[in-house]
Design a protein around this ligand. Sequence first.
Ligand code: PEP
Ligand code: MG
Length: 594
Amino acid sequence: METRLEGIGVSPGIAIGPALVFDVDRYDIPHYAISDADAEIARLDRAIAATREDLTRVYKQTAAELGQEHADIFNAHLMLLDDVAVYDEAVQRIRAKEGNAEHVLHVLTQRYIRTLAALEDARFRERSADLLDVMDRVTRHLLDAERPTLATISAPCIIVSHDLSPSDTASLNLDYTLGIICDSGSVTSHAAILARALEVPAVMGLEHASSHVAPGSLIIMDGANGIVIIHPSHETIEEYRSAQAQQLLERRALELASQTGPSVTLDGSVVPLQANIELPLEIPSCLKVGAQGVGLYRTEYLFLNRSSLPTEEEQYHSYAQAARAFSPLPVTLRTIDIGGDKFVSHLQFSREENPQLGWRAVRFCLERPDIFKTQLRAMLRASAHGRVEIMFPMISSIDELRSVKAILQEVRDELDTAQIPYDREMKVGTMIEVPSAVVLAGWLAEESDFFSIGTNDLIQYSLAVDRVNEKIAHLYEPAHPAVLKMIRHTAEAAKAAGIPCRICGEMAGDPVYTDLLLGLGVTCFSMSAVALPVVRAEITLANLEDTKRMADEACTRRTAREVKALLRQCWEAKNARRTYLSSLAQEAGKKHHD
Ligand code: PEP
Ligand code: MG
């Protein structure tokens, strides 16, 4: 029987395929008496050897496909597997006839986890996750139970999981990942952002999907509308297959039609559209859709999924690679924004009650100048290979901006002394994502070369709605009048200081808000590559004077519902133009296809 679930559509696209339930906890550990301890130890040894083979294979594959930095985590897992203390104690317990190997391992693992948890240090909590991961692999070999790993899936599937960390998402095998379905998460969780960047359809916030879906069941998912259908009927499959084919055709047509020129409004204003990237592997898809540079490079992704910090050289190569690929267009490197929902296992993150309000981004960097300066050196050195810009996340005061800029100046001086080349004209911008920065936008603008509004965090902090908590996802409202006024205030401050006001939060890639943002005074948009053609089409069909009038009207509306009613009305008014563009695009698509 067909079952329909509704969640939050976080990455568009229709996918149809079998479910791969990514849930490493789903099996019972049997406990039984053993008569032959030697045979049981031999069974344990075989499981460990098989696990070592698995891990080595995954390590090599990841290094080849995604680079050394992503492979390091598996190296750390190999080291855990070789931990002699755990092995010796397991053997001792088997000899003492405490039970079968998987039971003994389970007891030992739980004891270690409890000890680590008691240490109340995030590093150790992450170590627990690693230990669980490795022990799970061994146990599955003992039980002959297949373990799903996202890096090694070898047939097309839709991944169904309770939760997906940014690291899980970064290690996806893109050749076979048709889509992602998660119980938790929302539009702005980093797994969702990465899914969009990798152009994988995704639905999150489904609450209990992972327990509803049996492995291998056929699923249809619609990432734009947040719909998941389990065991669809033949009619439903047919319906979605033709919608899927139509979407592919339209998308290709739109890409072609919208690629042919710069994004210019009907009344002649040029509005640069840039791409957000997390990893260098996204560069080709940004170039394909004609991004005019990178407006947000989330450099912290280079720090995830590994057991040690990336070296200056490694960072320099990644940044220089992007700078060269886009030159002479700009690449905006954001300094590391770790903390919040992005943790780095080997750094000293202690447990925080409110990580989103905690030791995050520049707050972390100012306390770890060693890590910060290394990154800044790599960024400055990369600036010699293209047009690099730097921007600082989570700035909440003038002091903070001055402190990070002072450190940047120290690094510049060091490079001067060492006669290492860098771009002396490099622009330095401030992200506006904390309400206090909006209030001080006039002063911050005087000390910045540009602003970039991070609406994901700005909405989170203005409305006091945790961006990754699905329980309150309905309160996360970009159309909230307070959000509109903050964007307008920021844009006005930028204009008064003569600097660009860019936007790089997810709102920038949602075509529903394109005209409103233009009218509020945003001068450049940065978004995931997948959103770029659609937003470009909206800009091509917009009239700047109309959008200003619309934004003025929107700023008089007192509730989000009233703002949305206005957006809908304006959207419908543009429908005739949209139909015309789409007929041109379809024509272009067909010609290209023929
Ligand atoms: C934002 O907050 O809008 C943003 C672009 O930064 P991130 O999503 O990486 O926090
Ligand atoms: Mg942010």
